[in-house]
Design a protein around this ligand. Structure first.
Ligand code: FE2
Ligand code: FE2
Length: 404
């Protein structure tokens, strides 16, 4: 997502490919353990045509009703809960799909996986990905990201992004992928639906440079189709997604009262401090298309105004690996991201994914903060959004654009 407009600029790609910038941007993650098995047991690949047939005839109709409180299946007395997180799978890229298919079919059999949005634009890839994940993990949780509701393909059955969203949720239900809050042996997992709004950005704008408009920079403005009542240029879309969370208000309350550990997750950002300052970004207006204030209200409602030792929120979207504590709540992003971003380790690489954030038999919430470039940087440097002097690599970038 963060490189949304770089597609449009060969210069930008050249600059990002330069070793200096690549080095600066790279996040340096220490893999916690070898969580990804080398064995490669792929799922059965079928042609797109036969896959659509399978999907239509079996998956959609076979509704999987999940109770709000769930336990490990009969015969498994082990009450251990391990929760892994990942976001931004983008499996329309064959490399990313291959990465998913390369995940062990044995190692995670009893575990929980949180997928914080942006699985795939193509519906068949979404189904393939979720099927593969469900074969590997006992529980898979998902919230939709912006790419999941793109509607750019003419032959598809849904008329707009709202219809596509319904189709995605139905498919998840059929596959046994949870999109609603649920408790797994005392651990509450709460998906929070959201969409960004421009007013989320509260920081001073960068001016004096030829910065492309949001419409030019962000593909969502063209790739999503919304009914006339919803628009990205008002709060209506954010409100619409936020309202979806109220459907589960009672379950959320119950989980809050009875869980030993609660993990909330969303695709978009609940706080602007989870993104670098504008002057550091190649697209300084990025904060206008990344977050929702409604999210932080939910996060504080659930985890408490001042947070607590085990309060944790997982997010995605910007493709920056991130791990920090703000006002008593841990915020963490573990993106697979695009292959070219992984190559430059902008997301910290792939060896550490999916990341195990919680293990009931190993101290609960993993309390060591993950080393990641930007959240490490802000651990020692005070954020100063009033400083609008472009970072050197951004200044060079705009100078180069100007000279063309
Ligand atoms: Fe993404
Ligand atoms: Fe996204």
């Amino acid at each position: 997502m963060r490189s949304i407009w770089l597609y449009q600029s060969r210069d930008a790609v050249n600059i990002l490919n330069s070793p200096n910038v690549g080095c600066f941007l790279s996040h340096y993650f220490k893999p916690r353990s070898s969580q990804r098995c080398s064995e490669n047991i792929g799922l059965r690949i079928v042609s797109n045509q036969s896959f659509r047939r399978i999907n239509a005839s079996n998956l959609i109709r076979r509704r999987h009703i999940s109770p709000a409180v769930d336990h490990l299946s009969p015969g498994q007395s082990d009450l251990r809960v391990k929760v892994f997180i990942i976001s931004d799978l983008h499996t329309d890229y064959p490399e990313n799909m291959a990465w998913i298919q390369g995940l062990s079919t044995v190692a995670y059999k009893r575990d929980v996986l949180i997928v914080a949005g942006d699985v795939a634009e193509k519906f068949e890839n979404f189904i393939l990905t979720m099927t593969a994940l469900k074969e590997r993990f006992m529980y898979v949780f998902f919230v939709p990201g912006n790419h999941d509701v793109w509607c750019r393909r003419k032959h598809e059955a849904y008329g707009d992004s709202v219809q596509k969203l319904s189709a995605l949720l139905e498919t998840c239900n059929a596959l046994g992928v949870a999109t609603e809050p649920k408790m797994i042996n005392g651990v509450g997992i709460i998906p929070l639906f959201s969409w960004y709004h421009e007013s989320f950005d509260k920081e001073i704008d960068i001016t004096g440079f030829k910065i492309p408009s949001l419409k030019m920079a962000c593909k969502d403005f063209h790739a999503c189709k919304w009914p006339s009542t919803l628009s990205t240029s008002s709060l209506s879309l954010s409100r619409y997604f936020n309202e979806l969370n109220y459907k589960h208000f009672d379950t959320i309350q119950e989980i809050k009262e009875t869980s030993s550990q609660v993990i909330t997750f969303s695709h978009f950002l609940p706080r602007q401090e989870l993104c670098p300052e504008k002057r550091m970004l190649f697209y300084p207006n990025l904060p206008k298309v990344i977050g929702s204030d409604f999210l932080e209200v939910w996060v504080r409602k659930i985890h408490g105004l001042n947070g607590n030792q085990s309060a944790c929120h997982v997010f995605g979207h910007t493709h920056f690996g991130w791990d920090c504590v703000l006002d008593g709540i841990r915020y963490i992003q573990a993106p697979l991201a695009y292959p070219r971003e992984r190559k430059r380790r902008m997301n910290g690489g792939e060896d550490w994914l999916p990341f195990c954030i919680y293990d009931s038999e190993n101290g609960g919430l993993y309390n060591e903060l993950l080393p990641s470039y930007w959240s490490d940087y802000y651990r020692t440097q005070k954020r100063d959004p009033r400083n609008i002097e472009l970072a050197p690599w951004v200044a060079r970038f705009y100078k180069r654009i100007k000279s063309h």
